[in-house]
Design a protein around this ligand. Sequence first.
Ligand code: GDP
Ligand code: IMO
Ligand code: MG
Length: 430
Amino acid sequence: MSDVVIVGAQWGDEGKGKIVDVYTERAQIVARFQGGHNAGHTVVVGEETFILHLIPSGILHEGKTCVIGNGVVVSPEALVKEMDSLARRDIAVEGRLFVSDRSHVIMPYHVALDIAREGKSAGKAIGTTGRGIGPAYEDKAARSGIRIGDLENPPVFRERLSDALDFKNFVLREYFGADGFDEEEVYESTLALADRFLPFIIDTGDLLQKAIASGRNILFEGAQGSHLDVDHGTYPYVTSSSTVAGGACAGTGIGPKSIDTVVGISKAYTTRVGSGPFPTELADEMGERIREEGGEYGATTGRPRRCGWFDAVVVRQSARLNGMTGLVITKLDVLDGIDPIRICVGYTCGENRYDVLPSGLQELEKCRPVYEEHPGWSTPTAGCRDWEHLPQEAKSYIGRIEELTGVRVTLVSTGQERSEHLELFDPFDR
Ligand code: GDP
Ligand code: IMO
Ligand code: MG
């Protein structure tokens, strides 16, 4: 029996969806614990591509139970849309998708506030996904949020909606000069959507605890990345949830002792979408080459991703923040033919040398990467499924990442498709 948490080790889009899909075979339950439909997790099965935003990637495996935990913020519209799009591809969620009664609802005014705020912060915009994530978590912390369980009780929902709208409409109209919302319309449309998933609403913490007690394997699917964490990331250029492994407990209602293994996912280089510091960013032809070779365009918003060299400072810090027991390196194939390859091993900032990210944004923005060079490889790694067949230079590149981060590599991914990877050890095997 083993419970495994998967987290992003960088700034998101590391390939978590693909790896969760690979590991789902060995679990009975896959649970999301934070974030919302700001996530875009791509899974490629044969010729087919799926992009999951809110429903755990495990849903693609028949018979697996999927949980949207209490730490997630749920857009009823996004949930229904995703259920419908899966149904069109003959994937039924009924009876195996469960949504926590304690998870918070993303309301239409959260989306409007997210967009209005970004529009008003010219030059300082975070570059959010515009999905209402921040405003929904703000309401949760302010204790004025609406929980999924409230949708089962229309009078309670009506009262909480009315209280919330009173203030939100004032802010939207008076401060942002934007349109407000009609209470009746929001009430009716939200309940109409909720009708579609009322049978899925349960106490998911209870489900997970019972599953653990009966020895079932659970895979916790992190969204975003460790450096987008609201506490530990490059604040304020972060998302609004706890993206690190610790969030899996608070976000699903299980105790820390139930977690056996934490696997971090990292690309063989670095990307970031949205604003914020990125010390190894390449604003040159090499950055462009990586973007094109890696297809680095957002799975949620389609925005081009910023690209740069592998930053060992970033991943080493993630290893510590998450108590990582294994590391997955994805997209090794994208580096095929690049020579030399650079790895950032530390930063300098004036007289100071850093081996962790400084917490001050201004200091971090001034940090310059210290690089070491690594020879590239001439035999392609694309589609490689066997460690023995990797070129020696690629093996030593991975070995160097292990040394610099202090974590063993469990799996190397060499292509988009489900089967394009090679495994070094099994995180479920304790
Ligand atoms: P996630 O948000 O962490 O699940 O990652 P995304 O799905 O947003 O972005 C990762 C992208 O890289 C997707 O298009 C994946 O299909 C793709 N991908 C994942 N692993 C590999 C790999 O090893 N090689 C290549 N070339 N593409 C990969
Ligand atoms: P997955 O799970 C990459 C980024 C946004 C923005 C910041 C805040 O696919 O890895 P938000 O809408 O969350 O308030 O935006 O966080 N961001 C992501 N970047 N991958 C993601 O998810 C992201 N989810 C949010 O671009 O910079
Ligand atoms: Mg993504």
